[in-house]
Design a protein around this ligand. Structure first.
Ligand code: C2O
Ligand code: CU
Ligand code: CU
Length: 568
């Protein structure tokens, strides 16, 4: 009897240890119109209480994958249903600064923000996430974010897996710490204790016996991942942050730091149906300074996942699909990269142990903490610049820049030291302690004297703490700057009262709007329209009847003019 009880308990224990959850795959939205509602919600992540989370649309952690096509003009309609202000930033996207969703494009609660842009990035895996200054860690920590997949003709011409969720998987890696009532602990917590893969604890997935593509994003606060498979099999890097590489690179490990993406191909064609393997983080024994290599298991910089190897995804091999990809293409796309000699401007940025920022994180750039109203750098439109980031601090950091995709041209002055996994277009780079890294980028297409772009460490706690700077791209050949003479722009609104569409007519036919805000009588911003295309009118059908003001910022002078209208 004792023995039977023992066996029974053993089976119970075994069952709970082998309890995997099916990997959640985000919904997709395709086309040119994207409606995103950012909200608080909750999710059953562990036994006991549900966890209060944040998400986009119908998700309970994270959000839908936006599938865009290069060349399309996409229109976003972002509604903030949080109790706080937020922003949504399109990480990796080349677009006008006023559409970028950085800390300056604040969306108050219950407000719609409607940026739009022409997609010019090549096929790539980008992402979107909140970027409200000093709140990024909290809002990203809740789970707000999502993937963006860009498709283009060059990628479509390749025999690569692209059945979303079948042989082409989005995989977002993060981890969380829980308090006694199962709520996320985010403040003063660099590392989570439990893995969440696509928001799924102990995730497993069935993948077909063939080549499978994985688009992996590190959306952690600080942790890096040294990724590999449990049998040490070779896999192939086909892309990184900004798109496909020129050719696949064979590896058995790839380091993925916060904000970075990597696209890999793994061959399951020689695996037996019914067999399994794990995608793992080989994070034990990393050199000091690797984020997540610290020995502690508790405290601000401790974690149960620190300095250990752990599974991020359990894979069960299933039957192949109807038209499986069984061959790895030998070449991918032709990329023409910048080299150091293309740069005409050189900048050096030092990671410094400066004044503690608001979150008491003692890192910044060049001893200057981020300030909303300070423009740290001015870049000329079309300049090709080389930026070198030097880290003489005790710990590794990442460096991310908005607006551009760059080419890493040197690590510690050596081109040969640039890793093959980071050899393509990039928007985040890892800067280990005691090292310096250089990139070259061209700042083209979008100049704006008012709205800056950001550069920052992508550790959300460091960024919130002031390890961020901002630059404007200036077009000195045009009247893009603010004109000194103040002239209030003259326009009328019609019809007024209006029911569904409100039209703007400028008295000067060359005038245009840089920004329009629709504000109600209590001063609450209802609608934010960056560079609105006014020929079709402003859609006001959703507004409650009443009196509103239009705050119109003129393109040329940047002066703001206010007019009232009545919504019937
Ligand atoms: Cu992923 Cu400035 O952000
Ligand atoms: Cu970004
Ligand atoms: Cu940092």
């Amino acid at each position: 009897m004792k023995q039977i009880t023992f066996v029974f308990l053993y089976l119970l224990a075994f069952k709970s240890f082998s309890q995997y959850n099916p990997l959640w795959i985000p919904d997709t939205i395709s086309g040119v119109n994207f409606n995103l509602t950012v909200k608080d919600t909750f999710k059953q992540l562990r036994s006991g209480n549900q966890t209060i989370t944040g998400a986009v649309n119908n998700s309970t952690f994270w959000g839908p994958t936006l599938i865009m096509t290069k060349g399309d003009t996409v229109h976003m309609n972002v509604t903030n249903k949080l109790n706080d202000s937020s922003t949504i930033h399109w990480h990796g996207m080349h677009l006008p600064a006023v559409m970028d969703g950085g800390p300056h494009q604040v969306i108050p609660p219950n407000t719609n923000w409607q940026p739009y842009w022409k997609v010019t990035n090549p096929a790539s895996t980008l992402w979107y996430h909140p970027h409200l200054h000093e709140m990024t860690e909290e809002q990203l920590g809740k789970g707000i974010g999502g993937f963006i997949i860009i498709r283009d003709a060059a990628e479509a011409a390749l025999a690569l897996p692209r059945s979303y969720g079948v042989d082409d998987l989005p995989i977002v890696l993060t981890s969380r710490r829980y308090d006694a009532s199962n709520q996320f602990v985010v403040a003063n917590t660099a590392y989570g204790d439990y893995m969440l893969t696509n928001g799924t604890p102990n995730a497993q997935v069935s993948l077909p016996k063939q080549y499978v593509r994985m688009r992996i994003l590190n959306a952690e606060t600080e942790r890096g991942y040294d990724l590999g498979f449990s049998d040490n099999r070779t896999f192939y890097i086909i892309g990184n942050d900004g798109g496909l590489l020129s050719a696949p690179v064979a590896v058995t490990r790839v380091k993925l730091m916060v904000g970075e993406r990597v696209e890999i191909m793994v061959n399951l064609g020689n695996d037996a149906v019914g067999s399994s393997l794990d995608l793992k983080a080989y994070n034990s024994g990393q050199a000091f300074g690797f984020p997540g290599g610290e020995p502690n298991t508790t405290g601000q910089f401790g974690s149960l996942l620190n300095n250990v190897d752990f599974s991020v995804l359990h894979i069960n091999v299933s039957s192949p699909t109807v038209n499986p990809i069984t061959v790895l293409p030998s070449s991918l796309v032709s990329n023409v990269y910048w080299s150091a000699s293309d740069a005409t401007v050189t900048r050096n940025i030092a990671i410094t142990n400066g004044n503690p920022g608001p979150a008491s994180v003692p890192f910044n750039f060049d001893n200057t903490s981020f300030a909303m109203n300070t423009i740290n750098k001015t870049v000329q439109l079309n300049a090709i610049e080389k930026w070198t980031v030097t880290n003489n601090q005790v710990f590794g950091h990442t460096f991310h820049i908005h607006d551009v995709q760059f080419k890493i041209v040197a690590r510690n002055g050596s081109t040969a030291s640039v890793g093959s996994h980071e050899s393509g277009w990039k928007d985040v780079m890892y800067v280990p302690k005691g090292e310096n890294v250089s990139f070259v980028a061209k700042f083209e297409d979008y100049a704006d004297a008012i709205h800056p772009f950001m550069y920052h460490c992508h550790f959300a706690n460091h960024e919130d703490g002031g390890m961020m700077g901002q630059f404007v791209v200036k077009d000195s050949s045009s009247a893009n700057g603010i004109e000194t003479k103040y002239t209030e722009v003259n326009f009328m609104l019609y019809p007024n009262p209006a029911q569904s569409k409100l039209f703007v007519k400028f008295s000067d036919e060359n005038a245009s709007a840089y920004y329009i805000k629709v504000v109600d009588l209590t001063g609450r911003t209802i609608l934010m329209l960056p560079r609105p295309q006014l020929q079709d009118g402003i859609d006001i059908i959703g507004l409650t009847p009443g009196i509103y003001t239009i705050q119109l910022t003129d393109e040329k002078t940047k002066s703001v003019t206010i007019r009232k209208f009545v919504k019937e």
